[in-house]
Write a protein that binds this ligand. Structure first.
Ligand code: S3P
Length: 166
């Protein structure tokens, strides 16, 4: 079994992904953590040194490396499904689950943790609200290709388990 957790920044991909891996008793990988390990610098430093274009190239490469493993849950970055053929690769290799979280919730989570995220770290409250609306609209067509869509705030772990194991 291979599961890819997708969703916007702040959707809770890593938290839920590691819980799913826990109850399925399989390995968990956070793609951003893998990228940082692979490069030996933080995501913020990668954006600073290589720009977003450079980051996306690395992200794709590391996704392919992680994809070689089986029995794994991979929590992706918010942009992972939206570049190159990443979404097709993930859909071909395993189960893709989108965490669909309301914009207001994303906003309050991200406003309190934006320092860690180079795409939003210098945005004002108003700019962040606008960014979330615009980016979600832009990314929707990619996110909608996920095989499963859940609202993690209103879906119990038990139900997620049932959905995944059939
Ligand atoms: C990004 C999301 C981040 C990280 C990078 C770019 C995005 O991951 O990959 O900052 O494009 O949405 P999280 O969704 O885990 O914050």
């Amino acid at each position: 079994m291979k599961i890819f957790i997708l969703g916007f920044m702040g959707a809770g991909k890593s938290r839920l992904g590691s819980r799913i891996a826990g109850f399925m008793d399989i390995k968990f990988i956070d793609l951003d953590d893998e990228i940082e390990k692979n490069q030996g610098i933080t995501i913020a430093q990668i954006f600073l040194e290589k720009g977003e274009k450079g980051f996306r190239k690395i992200e794709k490469r590391v996704l392919h490396q992680c994809n070689k493993s089986d029995q794994i849950v991979i929590a992706c970055g918010g942009g992972t499904p939206c570049y190159e053929d990443n979404m097709e690769v993930m859909n071909k290799s395993g189960t893709t689950i989108l965490l669909d979280v309301p914009q207001e919730v994303l906003f309050s989570r991200l406003f309190n943790s934006k320092q860690k995220r180079p795409l939003i770290d210098n945005k004002s409250e108003e700019e962040l609200r606008e960014y979330i609306v615009d980016k979600l609209a832009e990314r929707e067509k990619h996110y909608n290709k996920a095989k499963i869509k859940i609202d993690p705030l209103n879906t119990s772990l038990e139900l997620i388990k049932q959905i995944l194991t059939g």
